[in-house]
Design a protein around this ligand. Structure first.
Ligand code: ADP
Length: 622
């Protein structure tokens, strides 16, 4: 914000307004006063002249009447002398000259304040129109003829007032008095007054201006304080307070302003708190959240969302949401706004499934104006995988059951069609159906076993047993019952190894593994059984190895999957269900161990599994 210069400030405006108002008031008063005063002075001047004129008129009329009637004494001299004497008695500063004119327009007396040779004009005719009219209309004039002007013959004199007054005797005009007065005196007096007035005005304006500056400060100081505070507030500084100078409107404004500051500060603190809460909620939630503005540009993205989309937060801000989700070809922002159902975003690459589900909700004002879009992302890869596995499982089960059933049907049909009578074929056919039935029973049993383990309330019935002894018994059982020419080689530690296991389940695990090893062993092959104690890892590693056909490298990791068989035709022939190792894996995992295989194709296979083992327990058992 720019600083307010003095010439734009409210301070100067106040002072200017004061000064202009005062100047205007003084002007109006002065104008009225001067006009009235001038009028009064001029009237007074004229009245005083007229007052002095009346006795003169009287005496001059007397003298003229005496002269006309012939009553004048010889020794008194000519009439003009008598009149001149009367006129010189006037001798006033205000009068410039006086002339007396008889009825025939002859000047019979004259006096002048400036020119002593003035009397030479006596006897001359006076042709002045003012005098003529006075002589002609004398008694009819209600107003004396007068005028004010500057005499062009004598401009030094200034303004003059000329007056002609009739001399009347017995209702007859016998002459006229003509006076030139120096009215300029009045005007110069007025000029003096005017200059006094002007001086007064100037002084009062200066005083007003000074007072104005001081007075304006009382108003402008709180205002500029508030201005400063507003600027500070705009920058986020709420700590300042406006000083309250008084309790007038401005004072109240300052108090309100301070209250407002406090409220704003509180409101800002609340907003900030909410913002922090929201941002911590957003960053600690596992779902991805993306918010956009009303044009679909990303304005907020939390860490999980950035992680899910494998983008950095800074680079995607203000990017379009449909670009970010990679759906710009199918969905515009408007489409996303009207998207009711969730959208499945498949980012899977070969070998790495990755599926996200996006749900959308619109940020709307009460008016219905769309303000933006909130997108919530869930990683549903795992769920999709489970779904796919379940579908595959059902398909596999159906397939596994259909094969023996089809075989059985064809054999039973053959039997029904008459093969039962053939003593050689019938037992053979019945044997096949029996084998298939047994296989199906095994399969169903395995499936039941698996589904039991899948159910939530599956529990192991654990006991502490000496694993060496337990293992040896199972090996012995297999050694006794074997039909092939296979040698058994055991390498078990000569000590007690107590582990906590569910013996039934562990028996099944070992059955599955050892029967596989036997199944895939060639005639004259060797089976190896080993147990190793790993004190540091707190586990024992159990292994069963054979010298069979082995498993191709790329298939090793799959053999623990349900229904997986390396060579489908061959293993089915051997009576496998494809579930044996899957069950073993489930059980080992339930015991807290791991299971894996290593194999060299054509040379043999080893299946390993671990079981948790705590060496500190040993002493208790000994
Ligand atoms: P099955 O009942 O078919 O044996 P398993 O789950 O026990 O099912 O084994 C899965 C597959 O792993 C078998 O079909 C077989 O191809 C392979 N396999 C398991 N054990 C061995 C082994 N010792 N030697 C070679 N292949 C084996």
């Amino acid at each position: 914000m720019r600083k307010v210069g003095f010439f734009r400030s409210i301070h100067l405006k106040f002072v200017l307004i004061y000064v202009l108002l005062i100047a205007l008031a003084i002007q109006i008063i002065g104008l009225y006063f001067v006009r009235e005063l001038e009028e009064t002075l001029v009237n007074n001047f004229k009245e005083s002249i007229e007052d002095r004129l009346s006795p003169l008129e009287y005496s001059v009329t007397e003298a003229m009447v005496e002269d006309i009637e012939g009553n004048r004494m010889e020794e008194e001299g000519p009439l003009s002398d008598a009149i001149n004497v009367l006129l010189s008695g006037l001798d006033s500063e205000d009068i410039q000259e006086v002339r007396v004119i008889d009825a025939r327009s002859r000047i019979i007396g004259a006096w002048s304040s400036s020119d002593n040779s003035y009397q030479t004009i006596i006897g001359q005719r006076m042709t002045d129109s003012l005098v003529q009219r006075t002589l002609e209309e004398g008694d009819t004039l209600t107003e004396k003829q007068n005028q004010t002007f500057v005499d062009p013959n004598d401009p030094d004199l200034g303004r003059i007032w000329v007056l002609a007054s009739p001399l009347i005797s017995n209702g007859e005009v016998i002459g006229s008095i003509y006076i030139v007065t120096k009215i300029e005196n009045v005007y110069s007096q007025m000029d003096d007054i005017n200059s006094i007035l002007a001086g007064g005005t100037a002084i009062s304006l200066v005083i007003t201006a000074v007072l104005g500056v001081l007075l304006a400060q009382t108003i402008t100081r709180p205002i500029s304080d508030m201005r400063r505070q507003a600027l500070a507030m705009a920058k986020g500084n709420f700590s300042r307070k406006v000083k309250v100078y008084g309790y007038d409107e401005i004072g109240q404004l300052a108090i309100t302003f301070n209250n407002l500051t406090k409220r704003l500060q509180e409101a800002q603190a609340t907003t900030e708190g909410e913002r922090r809460k929201l941002s911590s909620v957003l960053s600690y939630m596992t779902d991805g959240v993306i918010a956009t503005d009303r044009k679909g540009r990303v304005i907020l993205i939390n860490d999980p969302a950035a992680g899910m989309l494998n983008v950095s937060r800074e680079t995607v801000l203000s990017q379009s949401i449909s670009d970010l989700l990679g759906v710009e070809d199918e969905y515009s922002f408007e489409d996303l706004l009207s998207q009711q159902d969730s959208l499945i975003l498949d980012f899977s690459t070969p070998g790495r499934p990755y599926v996200l589900r996006a749900n959308f909700s619109i940020i709307q004002k009460e008016t219905g104006f769309v303000n933006g879009l909130i997108t919530v992302l869930h990683d549903i890869t795992e769920q999709e995988k489970i779904d796919a596995e379940r579908r595959e499982f059902v398909a596999n089960v159906s397939h596994e059951l259909r094969t023996p059933l089809t075989t059985m049907r064809s054999y039973l049909e053959a039997l029904a069609e008459g093969a039962w009578q053939d003593k050689d074929i019938a037992p053979q056919f019945l044997n096949v159906t029996q084998t298939e039935t047994e296989r199906m029973i095994r399969l169903v049993n395995d499936l039941l076993q698996l589904s039991k383990m899948d159910s939530k309330d599956y529990r192991l019935n654990k006991n502490w047993v000496n694993f060496i002894e337990f293992y040896q018994k199972i090996i012995d059982r297999f050694e006794m019952g074997r039909s092939q020419n296979v040698t058994f080689k055991t390498k078990l530690p000569n000590e007690l190894l107590y582990v906590e296991i569910d013996t039934d389940k562990m028996t099944q695990v070992l059955d599955n593994i050892i029967s596989n090893a036997l199944k895939y062993s060639p005639e004259g092959g060797q089976l190896g059984f080993k147990v190793e104690k790993k004190e540091k890892e707190k586990e024992i590693v159990v292994s069963v190895s054979d010298q069979g056909m082995g498993i191709p490298r790329e298939n090793i990791k799959n053999i623990f999957e349900r229904f997986y068989r390396v060579d489908k035709a061959r293993t089915r022939q051997l009576g496998g269900t494809g579930l044996g190792l899957a069950i073993a894996k489930e059980m080992i995992t339930a015991h807290g161990g791991r299971i894996w295989a290593s194999s060299v194709e054509g040379r043999g296979t080893t299946i390993y599994f671990t079981l948790p083992y705590d060496p500190t327990n040993e002493d208790e058992w000994l």
